[in-house]
Design a protein around this ligand. Structure first.
Ligand code: MLT
Ligand code: MN
Ligand code: ZN
Length: 304
């Protein structure tokens, strides 16, 4: 299986349009230790021809242009994206669906009924798409049963319910239910290898830890270094945990958990523009590297 990181940034991207934090300002001043990042998305293929898009970010247009297999140009209107999996109804993971409205047939979209509800009520993107070619919704279960997707031969997908945060327009905001946020185990049965992908992870529950332990690659929530990162920068007084993201540096945080895992390659994704690990020369980045934890970047390929 081929995994391509299309966007390694969190919602807002890097730099964020209205942000003048040290990182965003530094990137605009061309600090060579900083790289721009699109918003959170990956794409996965088992045949290098048909690609499953995981999350449709507002940057999808640039992301498609950045990766030629997504535009194979076999006919006048074409795409390499065969279907779309959505892990949650957040803006950074769904707004790209509007950009993809010119598709010549309904999009095959895989998401839970909770995400479907948000996308037809609080943030009614699916309703809007009905005025174009519409969607074929495939309901994803949250009982950790596996499913397959056409044109993804040898791949099986397992949605893993995660404790994170539902979007602000969701009726489940601050009172989440299992389908609001899922991670994914994506297994290549021919190669007997699996990826665990979770761009929004607030609490590492036991079942989540089991998936992480058994994965060959863990690609998870790298949003913030500290829980109070936003308030420390004077941006707002929201803790990352209130937004459904577990920090990297605290006791019981992402780094300590990753350090306890023997098997997987460990990679962070969905990195917020305030996070000091974005600076390649920072102590925080060096600490991650010393612990064998990688920071994904736009254009990263992971082959399993
Ligand atoms: C999040 O992951 O918490 C969201 O992406 C934040 C946002 O985009 O507003
Ligand atoms: Mn996000
Ligand atoms: Zn910033």
């Amino acid at each position: 299986m081929h995994i391509r990181v299309l966007g390694s940034g969190a919602g807002g991207g890097f730099p964020q349009w209205n942000c003048n934090c040290e990182n965003c300002a530094g990137l605009r001043k061309k600090n060579p230790c900083l790289k721009a990042r699109n918003q959170s998305s990956i794409t996965v293929s088992s045949n290098n021809e048909d690609w499953i898009l995981f999350n449709a970010s507002p940057d999808i247009r640039a992301q498609i242009e950045s990766f030629p297999p997504l535009q194979p140009a076999r006919k006048i209107r074409d795409t390499g994206i065969s279907s779309i999996v959505i892990t949650d109804g957040q803006i950074d993971h769904t707004t790209g669906l509007l950009i993809l409205r010119e598709h010549d047939k309904p999009w095959d979209i895989y998401c839970t009924k909770e995400v479907y509800e948000d996308m037809t009520t609080g943030f009614p993107i699916f309703n809007i798409l009905e005025h174009f070619r519409g969607i074929n919704w495939h309901e994803v279960q949250t009982d950790q049963s596996s499913y397959t997707i056409p044109k993804a031969d040898n791949l099986i997908f397992t949605a893993v319910p995660l404790k994170s945060e539902a979007p602000p327009y969701s009726p489940h905001r601050h009172n989440t239910v299992p389908g609001d946020n899922v991670g994914y185990k994506i297994e290549d049965t021919q190669k007997s290898k699996n990826l665990f992908y979770a761009p929004g992870l607030g609490v590492i529950e036991d079942h989540v830890l089991d998936y992480m332990k058994n994965a060959d690659v863990v690609l998870i929530d790298g949003t913030v270094w500290t829980d109070d990162e936003m308030s420390k920068h004077g941006i707002n007084n929201k803790k990352a945990s209130e937004m459904g993201h577990l920090d990297q540096s605290s006791k019981g945080g992402i780094m300590e958990t990753l350090n306890s895992l023997k098997k997987p390659r460990k990679i962070l994704i969905h990195i917020n523009n305030t996070n000091p690990i974005l600076r390649e020369d920072s102590d925080e980045r060096k600490l991650l590297e010393a612990n064998g934890i990688e920071v994904s970047y736009d254009g990263m390929d992971i082959i399993l």
